[in-house]
Design a protein around this ligand. Structure first.
Ligand code: ADP
Ligand code: GLC
Length: 504
């Protein structure tokens, strides 16, 4: 079985969120199952800066508008593995990210302080999708399954079927059409919608610009393209797979998903315990496991409090959060909830990058509760690990959450998550109550209505148990730490899905 995973980010080379964790870890887990799995992504500046990718002699031209744009393939291995990674080089298009100047993979800091999408993201990722298919031919490595992820690779199945799969020579066309496409939706809120003239620049036939194919509210929609042109679709948890068939969660895609629902399934993400395990994590102040988590976490908590400038934290619960600062992560119920739990003595640390409005809201809390709130704005992987290890509880009040990885990391780090019961959070965290405590299944604290009160109350519930019953608290921590959310299980589900696709 040969699988090519196409994505815009892969951990170790380029990352803005959990997508990169998935595309870095799943291929390694698939390789351990004997699948010849390879990944393909843009050669972002951050990939180049790792010093790992090297140029190959393979190059081709991609038509874009009235130009032909050169593209060279670079290659490397996913760190710590033999999994080949291919990078598509064109520096004008992909080499522009430089975080120190406020330029990211998809967005840049505008003069008014907000983040803006690059105006040519449509062209950039149409180029990427077209180049992915051309790279298959250049590499002469023919996958059984092309596994695309999120809007940035949504047009790849369209180029495969509509351009290459229609080759006049039936033998050539058949070779292309033997490739099956899986489309993974990690987040339906990012749809990749662009004004119709992109159809021409991207060399897509206007015939496809209709309501059943690429058109969505008079825009060219990459996400819809991926859904419609792939053989199978999956999302990253069973609950989210159901939620996106409803209008609120589906964000306009519910109709097309309902139509294709016999092709849609949910597979929850796994954790790469090679990177995220407190007993081996080189980035945390002290390593610990089930046997010594109390001492281990106490030392990590002291180091975290010092790093984030907290005062008077001894004897108080420390709540951690690591998230993109966007609406999805529940930040608009944070302010009022935080007043409730900070008022009861909690300490809180937040690491995040994103919307200035949410940064200001958090800074306002830090001013109102001096010494109680530690903030770090930016992308900082070391601090993310230290927060997982040193916090007593982890906060994920998400408005929606396709899968979520941070709650899985928290479980392993002995940091019970407080989560809203949506998407992957509902599938992976068991609320603490009398029954689940008795059964030994409690792993965190779950609330349902999207409101500051419900969030605050769940945190206060967690704080009360932490303060008044350390024995029970220890049970919650231990059941979380002993769970196995490794990739092996999810990779098995992907393997089965690929096999079904190839068979039929
Ligand atoms: P999402 O993909 O929606 O951002 P996930 O929970 O699936 O949410 O994954 C988020 C990943 O990104 C985690 O690995 C988390 O540690 C990381 N992350 C998010 N924000 C930051 C940040 N500011 N600095 C470092 N890592 C971050
Ligand atoms: C998205 C989702 C997150 C998920 C990640 C990886 O960014 O927001 O819930 O874990 O993709 O699948």
């Amino acid at each position: 079985m040969r699988v090519l995973v196409a994505a815009s980010e892969v951990v170790g080379f380029a990352k803005t969120g959990g997508l990169a964790d998935v595309t870095g870890s799943l291929p390694r887990a698939l390789a351990r199952r004997g699948i010849d799995c390879r990944v393909i992504l843009p050669l972002h500046g951050s990939c180049r800066r790792t010093g790992l990718p090297e140029p190959t002699p393979l190059a081709f031209d991609v038509p874009l508008g009235d130009r032909t744009v050169p593209c060279r393939i670079w290659s490397a291995r996913l760190p710590g593995s033999d999994v080949p990674a291919y990078f598509l080089e064109n520096d004008d298009i992909f080499g522009r990210d430089q975080p120190e100047f406020g330029r990211g993979l998809y967005q840049f800091n505008s003069t008014d302080g907000t983040k803006r999408d690059y105006p040519d993201n449509g062209e950039r990722f149409a180029f990427f999708c077209h180049a992915v298919i051309q790279a298959i031919r250049a590499l002469d490595w023919w996958p059984d399954v092309l596994h695309c992820n999120d809007w940035q690779s949504g047009l790849a199945p369209v180029y495969l079927r509509e351009h290459f799969g229609r080759h006049p020579d039936p033998a050539v066309a058949a070779r292309w059409n033997r490739i099956r496409c899986l489309y993974s939706i990690h987040n339906i809120a990012y749809q990749g919608r662009f004004a119709p003239p992109l159809m021409e620049k991207a060399h897509l036939d206007w015939r496809l610009f209709n309501h059943h194919q690429l058109e969505f509210h008079d825009s060219l929609c990459f996400l819809k393209a991926g859904i419609v042109f792939s053989d199978r679709i999956n999302t990253v948890s069973p609950t989210y797979a159901e939620e996106i068939k409803t209008p609120w969660y589906g964000r306009g895609m519910q109709g097309v998903l309902i139509e294709r629902s016999n092709r849609l399934c949910g597979i929850v993400n796994g954790v790469d315990y090679g990177d995220w395990d407190p007993s081996t994590d080189p980035r945390i102040p002290r390593r610990y496991g089930l046997a010594d988590f109390e001492a281990g976490k106490a030392e990590c908590k002291a180091a975290l409090a010092a790093r984030m400038g907290l005062r008077g934290w001894q004897g108080q619960p420390l709540l951690g959060m690591v998230a993109r600062l966007v609406e999805q992560k529940g930040l608009d119920i944070m302010h009022d909830a935080a007043i409730g739990f900070l008022g009861q003595g909690a300490r809180m640390v937040v690491l995040g990058e994103g919307d200035p409005w949410f940064r200001d809201m958090l800074s306002g809390l830090a001013q109102r509760f001096p010494g109680q709130v530690g903030l770090r704005f930016g992308f900082d992987e070391d601090t993310a690990h230290i927060i997982e290890s040193g916090s007593d509880m982890f906060l994920m009040p998400s408005l929606f959450e396709p899968s979520g990885l941070n709650q899985l990391y928290s479980l392993r780090y002995g940091t019970p998550p407080v989560v809203r019961g949506t998407g992957g959070l509902a599938d992976t965290v068991t609320d603490t109550n009398t029954n689940t405590l008795e059964e030994g299944t409690a792993t965190g604290f779950v609330f349902h209505p999207y409101s500051a009160e419900a969030f605050r109350d769940a945190v206060l519930r967690a704080m009360a148990l932490w303060r008044h019953d350390q024995a029970k608290w220890g049970r919650v921590v231990r059941s979380g730490m002993s769970q196995d959310w490794s990739w092996e299980r999810s990779a098995g589900e992907y393997h089965k899905l690929y096999s079904d696709m190839v068979a039929g």
